[in-house]
Design a protein around this ligand. Structure first.
Ligand SMILES: [Zn+2]
Length: 386
């Protein structure tokens, strides 16, 4: 599936609680988190919603756990697993942005004003199907679904340059995500924020700096996960260090560090988390190597470290202070799980025409998704090939 919704179930582990109300015997439960993701290019990309369930070890009864209690249990009983999963979700969004926007070691081309609105994008397509509308930089501006001639925007990115806060130097781009809903009574279409993924902030390297929270009471973007103070980002000529805080609630958080290494023709990213939330970020959990040619990402390998490899890397002294070469050496000698994404592009743009995913070290054929791309009024219309 390249675009749609998919549920992913994660067995978080076992925990003890009060006596099972069904069998009146069990005290031990399996805790399962099910997240519904928006799937884009095989990647479970955007978590739309989550639910939690407990399964009695004794009788197997599955009981829903309310969201608040579920989050609390995930946090208290399975801190490490929960942190890793939350952070990987955030990283996948970064990977998605960087692959699709073909992030390069060049500043972003700032958005041209005035921007076309939703109707403009809808007018670009007519046949039944699902389309992404992109600019030449590969940014997805809108997704339009046409069914029986009726056009609905299923994704709309209102893009702006961040202004009015310390450190906002004109290079930070704010994305606010909407979709179109029809009014039950009048049938009129209106844009509504995607409540579970209302928007992000990215920097000039397409690094996702913030993931915004939807403040329903004010229908606005509320406090953010990520980096609150932009001036804490350490930009040097060959390395950028980002210190993140991933809030689960206003008081509850995970912290981690991302390091972006800028080398000639490659971009390397490493993510470090603490052993326990709030501690020193000294354990590497993910590493990616992006090969760039002519300003476009040709392939990207994303390494995900299992618990043993995380401890091995820690013992080997790998930290956020390590050089890119040290991490590369470690990865070569310890081959963690990895996926390689390979991209091809339309003419001289950064609009993807095919993306292949293959498991590192596997002889299985890559899973490839191809796209038909057409050009219209300076915009690019991408449609999944059959
Ligand atoms: Zn039971």
């Amino acid at each position: 599936m390249f675009f749609g919704k998919r549920e992913k179930e994660i067995d978080m582990g076992g925990f003890s609680s009060s006596k099972c109300r069904i069998c009146k015997k069990g005290y031990r439960y399996k805790f399962v988190k099910t997240t519904t993701y928006l799937v884009v290019f095989f990647i479970n990309l955007i978590p739309l919603s989550s639910k939690y369930e407990s399964i009695c070890d004794e009788c197997g009864t599955i009981e829903p756990v309310n969201l608040k209690a579920g989050r609390k249990t995930a946090r208290s009983e399975f801190a490490r697993k929960n942190a890793k999963q939350n952070i990987l979700t955030f990283l996948k969004i970064t990977v998605f942005i960087s692959v699709l926007a073909a992030a390069v070691i060049l500043p972003l081309v700032l958005v041209k004003a005035p921007k076309p609105g939703p109707q403009f994008y809808k007018d670009l397509v007519s046949e039944d199907g699902l389309y992404n509308i992109l600019d030449s930089e590969g940014n997805i501006l809108a997704t339009v679904a046409v069914e029986d001639g009726v056009k609905i925007l299923s994704f709309y990115d209102a893009t702006s340059v961040l202004v009015g806060e310390d450190g906002a130097d004109g290079t930070f781009i704010k994305h606010e995500y909407y979709y179109e809903v029809s009014d039950n009574e009048t049938g009129e279409l209106r844009l509504e924020r995607i409540a579970d993924e209302p928007g992000i902030l990215e920097d000039k390297y397409h690094t996702v700096i913030r993931e915004y929270h939807y403040d329903a009471a004010n229908d606005a973007l509320g406090y953010a996960r990520g980096i609150e103070d932009l001036s804490t980002i350490e930009y040097t000529s060959n390395k950028v260090t980002y210190g993140y805080i991933y809030y689960l609630s206003e008081t509850d958080y995970e912290n981690y560090i991302d390091v972006l290494y800028l080398e000639n023709g490659t971009q390397l990213r490493a993510t470090f988390i603490p052993l326990l939330p709030g501690g020193e970020c000294n354990r590497i959990i993910s590493f990616s190597v992006e090969i760039i040619e002519n300003g476009r990402t040709v392939d990207q390998t994303i390494y995900e470290f299992d618990d043993d490899t995380i401890e091995l890397a820690y013992s080997a002294g790998i930290s956020a202070k390590s050089s890119a070469d040290d991490i590369l050496d470690f990865v070569e000698n310890n081959t963690p799980n990895a996926v390689t994404l390979t991209c091809a592009y339309y003419k001289n743009t950064k609009v993807v025409t095919s993306i292949s995913a293959s498991q590192y070290g596997s002889t299985d054929a890559a899973e490839t998704q191809r796209f038909d791309v057409t050009e219209k009024n300076g915009y690019y219309i991408q449609r999944a090939a059959e």
